[in-house]
Design a protein around this ligand. Structure first.
Ligand code: UFG
Length: 356
């Protein structure tokens, strides 16, 4: 564990960021530091990167390890926890539901027990639009928080179970919690210091950029026969900087003890797969090579937020999530030799996934 003396002396409120070495976690740690909090990152580095921990101390540990969680909470005067640590790949959750329930639900339970024992008052939880079902909704309808919960994957099931466990802790122990249901996080910090780096990468935007840069195979478009304006899926792409700002607002929100709030984090506008492909081609200066493939199992035609509640409850709305801005920032990140494409080229085992 890093030494904390200089940070403790700074007098800034401490926020423990589990999973803070990952994509959204690192951007949130930066936003917290800029808002005058001290982000302490707790991460097992199974998918995050040590070099993404730049804005506060680092505790190496697994969220399921009660002793490691307790050690981090006892080492710092934690005022709030932002909980990202978890598994995210929808496809892998289908083949390894046991692992997803263990990390995402048991891990969240361990964290909650440790928070209750120490009376930590505030939790912000990384949830997902994956908790919603798609039945009975047309492609052009946005999703309010009250929409039916009917996850299409074990990943979505674990996020919903995590939410319910948190809500029960709010009632039982007076914790106040905000669960943020993300739509499609995308883009990179404009500084170019941090960005999206999943291994393996399955998300549309980085794959499209890699293809346009000649650093990956042609992009497979998963289905063109959806009931949407151009036949490809609609998603609500939210700039990771906007998403990070929503977490800061949730940490600061005035909530009574025991309050539990679930809030969509999106823009309210849907972009199609073809919109993303066109925008990436323009930003890279070279078209995205594509091949048409069948639908991917579990992909709903449309996932677009109704973000009104975020504005009302958190005073938050997206300000930098225009698609061309998201893409420009992502391309800047992917173009750097030290990150993005450069990192893929230096890692043969990673590159082989792109050659498949
Ligand atoms: N897509 C392709 N080709 C690809 C990859 C993706 O056509 O190679 C399409 C998908 O079919 C989908 C869209 O691009 O229509 C976006 O796909 P992503 O994999 O980038 O993201 P998802 O919408 O599947 O999932 C993301 C997060 C989930 C979260 C969900 C909520 O990864 O954790 O958003 O909106 F649950």
């Amino acid at each position: 564990m890093d030494r904390l003396v200089t940070f403790m002396d700074s007098g800034r409120p401490v926020v423990l960021v589990t999973g803070g070495a990952g994509y959204i976690g690192a951007h949130t740690a930066k936003a917290l530091a800029e808002a005058n909090f001290l982000p302490v990152v707790f991460d097992n580095l199974s998918s995050g990167f040590r070099e993404a921990v730049r804005w506060g101390p680092f505790c190496h540990g697994d969220i399921r390890d009660a002793d490691a969680v307790a050690a981090a909470l006892d080492a710092y005067p934690v005022a709030a926890v932002v909980h990202f640590a978890g598994l995210i790949e929808v496809g892998r959750s289908v083949t390894r539901p046991d692992l997803f329930w263990d990390v995402n639900v048991t891990g969240t339970g361990r964290l909650l027990s440790a928070l209750a024992a120490r009376r930590v008052p505030r939790l912000v939880f990384s949830s997902s639009a994956a908790v919603y079902g798609s039945a009975g909704r047309t492609a052009l309808e946005t999703i309010p928080e009250t929409a039916a919960k009917d996850p299409a994957s074990p990943y979505g099931d674990t996020k919903l179970a995590g939410e319910r466990l948190i809500q029960a802790h709010c009632r039982a122990y007076g914790l106040s919690a905000v669960v943020l249901r993300y739509f499609n996080a995308a883009g990179a910090d404009p500084s170019g210091l941090i960005g999206e780096a999943h291994e393996p990468e399955t998300h549309l935007l980085p794959l499209a950029i890699a293809a346009a840069m000649g650093d990956g195979p042609a992009l497979t478009i998963f289905g063109d026969d959806f009931d949407t304006p151009d036949g490809t899926c609609l998603r609500d792409y939210i700039h990771v900087t906007d998403l990070a700002a929503a977490h800061v607002a949730a940490v600061r929100a005035a909530l009574a003890p025991g309050a539990f709030e679930a809030i969509n984090v999106g823009t309210g506008f849907g972009c199609s797969v073809r919109d993303v492909i066109r925008t990436v081609g323009a930003a890279v200066g070279s078209p995205v090579p594509t091949v048409q493939g069948p639908r991917r199992t579990g992909d709903p035609a449309s996932l677009v937020a109704n973000p009104a509640r975020a504005q009302t409850l958190l005073g938050w709305r997206a300000t930098c999530s225009a698609l061309d801005r998201i893409v420009t920032d992502a391309v800047r990140w992917e173009s750097q030799p030290a990150y993005g494409a450069g990192r893929r080229q230096r890692q043969p085992e990673l590159r082989s996934q792109f050659a498949a």
